[in-house]
Design a protein around this ligand. Structure first.
Ligand SMILES: C[S@@+](CC[C@H](N)C(=O)[O-])C[C@H]1O[C@@H](n2cnc3c(N)ncnc32)[C@H](O)[C@@H]1O
Length: 295
C-alpha cells in the first residue's frame, strides 16, 4: 500500500508529457499512479537497487526499470539519454516485500541470517558489521543511527559476546544482546536494527548524493517529493530543501556570500498521513513527505 499516495501525486503536479523518476520503485504503487497521469509522450524511469523489484514492473512502453542504487541517478539517466526531468520521487526505506521475506533479515519477527542488504550486490551484510566492526564504530552507529541510549554498553557487550561465539543470525543476535536490552524490548530491538540497516545500506550518504544530483537534473519548475521514515533522513531533506546543504543554516561561499538553495520549499511543514491512513497502513505511521520545486 503506497504511503501518502494522493499527497505525492498532487505534490508532483504531473505534466502528462513529462519525464518522471521514481527512485524507489519497490512494489510500484506510486509509479502506477504516475503512469496513469502520463500521456503517450510521457516517460517514467524507475530505480530500485533490489533486482527483485523488477517483477513488479508493468508491461508498459512508458516505463524503464533501472536496477541500480539511486546514488547513481545522474549517471544512469545520462546512459538512457535523459539529461533533465520534470519530477523526482523517493519513498525511502525498505518495502513490505523486503520486510516480509524472512531471509532478507530486516525483520525482528523472523530468524534468518543477519543480512539487511537492499541490494544483493552489496558486499556488506549486518552480520559483517556485527562481527567485524570495532567497539567504537559499533557504539557510534547505535548512538547516531539508532539513538540507542546505552550504545556504549551494547557495543561492548557485542564485542565480548562475539569472542565466545560468532553472531550470524537474528536469533543469535537477540540472544547475545538480551542482557543489555533497556526498556521495551521490541522498541529497543527496532532501534538497534534501524541503526544496522542504515549502516549496511549507507542510507544517509545515498540520500545526500540523491538530493545533490536531483537539483542538477530537475528542470526549473520541476518538483521533488521525498518520503522519509526517521528523523535523521527528514533532517537532511529539510535542510537541503531550505538551505541547499545539509546543515541547519545557510552556508557562505569564499567571498562571504550566502549560498542559496536552488529549491523553493513547497511544504513548510512536512505532510504526514491522516489518522485513517495510519490505521489502514501502520507502515505509514512515521512517514513524512516534503516537496520542493526547482527555481
Ligand atoms: C519503501 S519502498 C518503495 C515503495 C514504493 N513507493 C511503492 O509504492 O511500492 C523502498 C524501495 O526503494 C528501494 N531503495 C531504497 N534505497 C534505495 C537506493 N539507495 N537506491 C535504489 N533503490 C533503493 C528499496 O529496495 C525498496 O524496494
Amino acid at each position: 500500500m503506497p504511503v501518502l499516495l494522493h499527497e505525492v501525486i498532487e505534490g508532483l503536479q504531473i505534466f502528462p508529457s513529462g519525464i518522471y523518476v521514481d527512485c524507489t520503485f519497490g512494489g510500484g504503487g506510486h509509479s502506477k499512479k504516475i503512469l496513469e497521469k502520463l500521456n503517450d509522450t510521457g516517460k517514467l524511469i524507475v530505480f530500485d537497487q533490489d533486482e527483485d523489484a523488477k517483477k513488479n514492473v508493468p508491461d508498459d512502453p512508458h516505463i524503464l526499470f533501472v536496477p541500480q542504487n539511486f546514488r547513481h541517478l545522474k549517471r544512469f539517466l545520462r546512459l538512457h539519454q535523459v539529461f533533465s526531468v520534470n519530477g523526482i520521487l523517493a519513498d525511502l526505506g525498505v518495502s513490505s516485500h523486503q520486510i516480509n521475506e524472512a531471509e532478507r533479515g530486516f525483520s525482528t519477527r523472523f530468524d534468518a541470517a543477519m543480512d539487511m542488504r537492499m541490494s544483493r550486490n552489496n558486499p556488506k551484510t549486518a552480520a559483517h558489521v556485527v562481527q567485524t566492526y570495532s567497539e567504537e564504530m559499533l557504539q557510534k552507529i547505535f548512538e547516531k543511527y539508532g539513538e540507542v541510549t546505552n550504545s556504549k554498553t551494547l557495543a561492548h557487550h557485542i564485542v565480548e559476546a562475539r569472542k565466545l561465539k560468532p553472531i550470524e543470525t537474528i536469533k543469535e543476535f537477540r540472544n547475545a544482546i538480551f542482557p543489555v536490552v533497556k526498556g521495551n524490548p521490541q522498541k529497543y530491538l527496532a532501534q538497534v536494527f534501524q541503526a544496522l540497516r542504515i549502516e549496511v545500506n549507507d542510507e544517509l550518504n545515498v540520500l545526500k548524493e540523491l538530493l545533490l544530483q536531483s537539483v542538477e537534473v530537475l528542470i526549473p519548475g520541476g518538483r521533488i517529493a521525498v518520503i522519509t521514515f526517521h528523523s535523521l533522513e527528514d533532517r537532511l531533506v529539510k535542510n537541503f530543501f531550505k538551505n541547499g546543504n545539509f546543515e541547519p543554516e545557510q552556508q557562505q561561499d569564499i567571498f562571504g556570500n550566502r549560498v542559496k538553495s536552488e529549491l523553493k520549499v513547497i511544504t513548510k511543514k512536512p505532510i504526514v498521513p491522516s489518522k485513517e491512513e495510519q490505521e489502514q497502513n501502520p507502515r505509514s505511521r512515521s512517514s513524512k513527505l516534503r516537496i520542493a520545486e526547482k527555481i
